[in-house]
Design a protein around this ligand. Structure first.
Ligand code: HEM
Length: 205
């Protein structure tokens, strides 16, 4: 729906799904970071001890894994389609490193968001599969368990970096973006500035 100032961006399902995935991500961080390095051992206290934290981590992991896959599939049509403008956007890194205003028309998501969405599903699959292997450390061979532990830690680090960037760009760096994920609509002026090709498509539909 398009009203005087606003345009629909995410429906209720999109928003509940996104915030379920986001909430489970942070619960996974809080319950798992104590295993990452001794310095964070104190985080276990929040859950009543290591055993309880690990139990929360395992079952929240299942929620995150399923939720993140559905999230990816529900946006895949927009996330996985790259055109010439996306290539130009990537070549200029979205203009984030330049003071000059860049005017590269973008679809519903810009090329950076598309790359983030693809990274998020790859990281989810790696975390989920390796998490399954290390769920019971005696279930698989020592070598496979060791490799899985290493990949789980590596992708945790990469995921955290990507998430800090995602949250920064979706909030303070681009005012108005969060409105769509909170209330479902964005301002028309936001849509014209950030996603002009999507805006024009919405006007025609
Ligand atoms: C406090 C944490 C988070 C905030 C504030 C946040 C904010 C947002 C916002 C505002 C959007 C809409 C962007 C737009 O309209 O163009 C969005 C999209 C998205 N978010 Fe989040 N998010 C958070 C956590 C997460 C987590 C944990 C994940 C998954 C692992 C995630 C995955 C996505 C995906 C896949 C999209 C679709 C667009 C894209 O690929 O970038 N978000 N997020």
């Amino acid at each position: 729906m398009i009203s005087n100032n606003y345009i629909d961006r995410f429906n209720t399902f999109d928003r509940i799904l996104h915030w379920t995935v986001a909430l489970s991500f942070f619960l996974l961080f809080l319950s798992g970071v104590g295993l990452f390095a001794n310095a964070f051992f104190g985080f276990f206290e929040m859950f009543g001890g290591p055993q309880q934290a690990i139990m929360v981590h395992k079952w929240t992991g299942v929620v995150f894994f399923v939720g993140s896959i559905i999230l990816f599939l529900s946006h895949a049509g927009d996330t996985c389609r790259f055109d010439a403008d996306d290539i130009r956007w990537i070549a200029k890194l979205g203009g984030y490193l330049s003071r000059k205003h860049q005017d590269i028309p973008q679809s519903k998501f810009n090329a950076g968001q598309k790359l983030f969405g693809i990274f998020a599903i790859i990281a989810t699959l790696v975390m989920g599969i390796t998490g399954w292997i290390i769920w019971d450390p005696t279930a698989y061979s020592r070598e496979l368990t060791q490799l899985s532990l290493m990949l789980h830690g590596l992708f945790f680090t990469l995921f955290m970096i990507a998430m800090v960037v995602h949250i920064y760009l979706a909030t303070i760096a681009n005012p108005g973006t969060i409105e769509g994920m909170l209330w479902g609509q964005v301002r028309k002026s936001w849509a014209k500035a950030h996603a002009i090709k999507w805006y024009q498509k919405m006007l025609k539909s």
